[in-house]
Design a protein around this ligand. Structure first.
Ligand code: HEC
Length: 103
């Protein structure tokens, strides 16, 4: 029994990274993907958490818009905001969920 102890400890250490223990590894991955998209494409104007560093870009904290508004914003690129045709629909949904958490 004593010899099993190191293995038991090892298992406990590995457990947090294990898919069986993590309630939603998928959600974690999606959050990472959204954060990467946001940091690469949007944070330069809209800030890390939706608060822009200047007064030109829209403040997206507590943004009331729908997915349709985000979708058309990325298609049309209003004012100085560029278009983002390369961001596919699945990624747009991830970005939408990400933006909705800014407050
Ligand atoms: C070059 C700066 C710039 C970048 C980069 C940028 N935006 Fe914008 N964004 C703006 C500006 C400026 C507005 C306000 C446009 C207006 O009010 O006409 C805006 C508005 C918005 C709005 C509000 C639309 C509405 O009508 O309510 C959303 C949502 C948005 N941006 C999302 C994004 C996302 C997501 C990204 C990254 C994929 C992004 N923006 C990248 C400048 C930028």
């Amino acid at each position: 029994m004593k010899r099993l102890l190191p293995f038991a400890v090892l298992l406990l250490l590995l457990a947090p990274g294990c898919a069986l223990v993590d309630p939603s590894p998928q959600a974690k991955v999606e959050q990472d993907v959204a954060a990467k998209l946001w940091l690469t494409n949007c944070a330069g104007c809209h800030g890390l958490n939706g608060q822009p560093s200047d007064t030109i870009a829209r403040d997206l904290r507590n943004w009331p818009g729908s997915f349709q508004v985000l979708d058309s914003t990325l298609n049309t690129g209003p004012s100085v905001m560029p278009k983002f045709p390369e961001i596919d629909e699945a990624s747009r949904h991830l970005l939408f969920d990400y933006i909705k958490k800014f407050h």
